[in-house]
Design a protein around this ligand. Structure first.
Ligand code: DON
Length: 307
């Protein structure tokens, strides 16, 4: 395996992309008011290798709202608790539709296409509610993965709940089909709070570390998932992690990725490293505008891709 100076590579990416912040083409998510207040002029990137080497540049230590990146960690908890039974009510196909779309749920009888669209993540939250205190479990998992406490931004959580009309519709629709076991308000409370977790690029790059080492804990080496389960999470990230841009991400980047409307994107280079990039302005598919460019540059500079 060639040795690479990852710090130099991230510094180059930061130097090359930072000037583009003044001419951002995307828009910060505005449908959640607390996110609309975040400055678009932010860019951070961090990575952590399987060997524990780290590199970071820009605003890599600044906490931001992880939003849909949380769906990877809630899925991890649900796979651990339920194994194969999880897939009885959640699909594994890309949706080709926006992350908050309602349309497929009707013809597909309340079974979400995959665990990363909002409907799928709400269904995962329902399974977790049946297992116990889902919010506490998720924060505990993230805290163990990062080796430091992780918290929910209460203002963002409130803002999500105040304006979560589409998510409320999705949850009620699934409840109507009988595919949610628990009370809609309880399930949505878990979902809104998981989206409002605040983490930095450095923390996300570390927390995701089990995804590049066959499921083993990034710091302790103990199993978080087994190798087969980890391959499946990565496969879902590649095919569904960036919603209706998943084909474009596979084409341009070729790494399992998961984005969030806070502007974060985490990516996995299996057997090598995990990285996280953050820049709040989004393209029309809800993925970070500059974040995607950073991942493209990273792959171009390192040749690291699953293809
Ligand atoms: O439920 C929502 O719409 C947001 N809390 C999360 C959506 C999201 O992050 C989609 N990602 N790109």
């Amino acid at each position: 395996m060639p040795l690479m100076d990852f710090q130099l590579i991230l510094d180059e990416i930061d130097a090359e992309l930072r000037p583009r912040l003044s001419a951002v083409e995307g828009k910060v998510a505005s449908y959640i008011p607390a996110l609309a207040r975040v400055s678009p002029a932010r860019f951070g990137i961090a990575l952590r290798t399987c060997a524990g080497e780290t590199a970071q540049a820009g605003d890599s230590a600044v906490p931001f709202s992880i939003q849909s990146m949380s769906k990877v960690f809630s899925l991890t908890l649900a796979i651990r608790a339920l194994g194969e039974a999880l897939w009885e009510r959640i699909g594994r196909e890309p949706s080709g539709s926006p992350f908050n779309s309602l349309v497929q749920l009707e013809s597909e009888r309340g079974i979400p296409r995959n665990p990363f669209i909002n409907a799928g993540a709400i269904a995962v939250a329902d399974r977790l509610v049946s297992q116990g205190d889902a919010k506490a479990e998720l924060l505990a998992l993230l805290g163990r993965l990062c080796g430091e406490p992780i918290a929910i931004d209460a203002e963002v959580a409130r803002s999500e709940a105040d304006t979560g009309f589409r998510n409320t519709a999705l949850a009620n629709f699934m409840k109507g089909f009988g595919t949610l076991d628990n009370d809609v308000a309880t399930v949505l409370d878990v979902y809104f709070n998981q989206c409002a977790i605040a983490m930095s690029c450095e923390q996300v790059a570390c927390a995701a570390g089990y995804l590049c080492r066959d499921g083993r804990h990034p710091l302790a080496g103990t199993p978080v998932l087994n190798a087969a389960q980890t391959r499946r999470v990565n496969a879902l990230m590649l095919t569904c992690g960036t919603y209706d841009a998943a084909g474009e991400f596979a084409f341009r980047i070729g790494l399992p990725c998961k984005s969030g409307v806070g502007g974060g994107i985490m990516a996995v280079v299996p057997d090598r490293l995990t990285l996280c990039v953050w820049s709040p302005a989004l393209d029309r598919t809800g993925n970070s505008w500059l974040g995607r460019q950073a991942l493209e540059l990273f792959v171009a500079k390192t040749g690291l891709s699953v293809f």
